[in-house]
Write a protein that binds this ligand. Structure first.
Ligand SMILES: *[C@@H]1O[C@H](CO)[C@@H](O)[C@H](O)[C@H]1NC(C)=O
Length: 255
């Protein structure tokens, strides 16, 4: 039964590969989000350049991917309420970085989450507002429909998006995503594999750290990694599921 399900999914993916549309626009293949429709969206920047996405999950805290934090925190800024990169917007310094204690970079990323404490407190408004955390047991099922948002590359080897992009994706079966044709054992039970509905659509460099939203008003995942060729259908993009980490996030914020 499971083998058959995998085969079926492979066939479906094969069909998308062969017959999907070929235009590329943004995220890769996404669409421009309505301005301020993602009021929890954060741009993590170094020297005015966007590096990663992030999600405001509390008036003082941003959730992002741990692998985004390769610079000293004095060099980084968090920009909130932004739609077009470079537009003037509310900017915070980072007071504290808390990477997940079991974050691992190699052989593949694991527990790729970090909490960033703002050096101030957000006053919630129409354009800047935290997104709720899921309950610990709120797993995201295969087949669930989600969306990702980010300012990442709009073409392979191309440039960052100017305006925030969003893309509809669905959750792949984790065992299939983990098999030898796909991520070959790199997928842990705390990850979510995502596929777009057509080929030439995928999150790409610069979308890491951004939110995966499956139920309205809740952050289900944080974009973590994909292949160098972002749209490689045998290397679907992978997010860290947030629900298993909700207790750690709440504990860190309370402390
Ligand atoms: C993927 O495979 C690895 C290695 O066999 C295993 O440790 C891991 O738990 C698997 N992940 C899932 C989601 O089953």
């Amino acid at each position: 039964m499971e083998a058959r399900l995998s085969q079926l999914l492979l066939l479906v993916l094969g069909a998308l590969w062969a017959g999907g549309n070929t235009f590329e626009t943004h995220i890769i293949g996404g669409r421009e989000a309505a301005p301020n429709s993602h009021p929890y969206m954060v741009s993590l920047q170094k020297a005015g350049t966007h590096r990663c996405g992030g999600v405001l999950v509390h008036r003082k805290w941003v959730l992002t991917a741990a692998h985004c934090l390769t610079n000293r925190i004095e060099q980084l800024r968090l920009v909130l309420g932004l739609h077009v990169l470079g537009d003037p917007s509310l900017t915070y310094r980072i007071r504290k970085v808390v990477k997940h204690p079991e974050y691992k970079e190699a052989p593949s990323l694991q527990n790729d989450l970090a909490l960033l404490k703002l050096d101030g407190k957000v006053k919630p408004s129409r354009t800047i507002r935290p997104l709720a955390l899921p309950q610990r047991r709120q797993a995201v099922a295969a087949g669930a429909r989600c969306s990702v948002a980010g300012w990442g590359l709009t073409h392979q080897g191309g440039q960052l998006a100017k305006a925030l992009q969003e893309l509809d994706v669905h959750v792949l079966d984790a065992r299939m995503c983990n098999n030898s044709r796909f991520w070959n054992g790199d997928i842990t039970p705390d990850m979510i594999c995502l596929a777009a509905n057509a080929k030439n659509q995928a999150p790409c460099k610069g979308d890491s750290g951004g939110p995966v939203v499956c139920r309205r008003g809740q952050v289900a995942g944080i974009v973590s990694f994909s292949s160098k060729v972002c749209t490689d259908i045998f290397k679907p993009s992978v997010a860290t599921a947030v629900a298993p980490y909700t207790p750690w996030i709440k504990k860190t914020i309370r402390r």
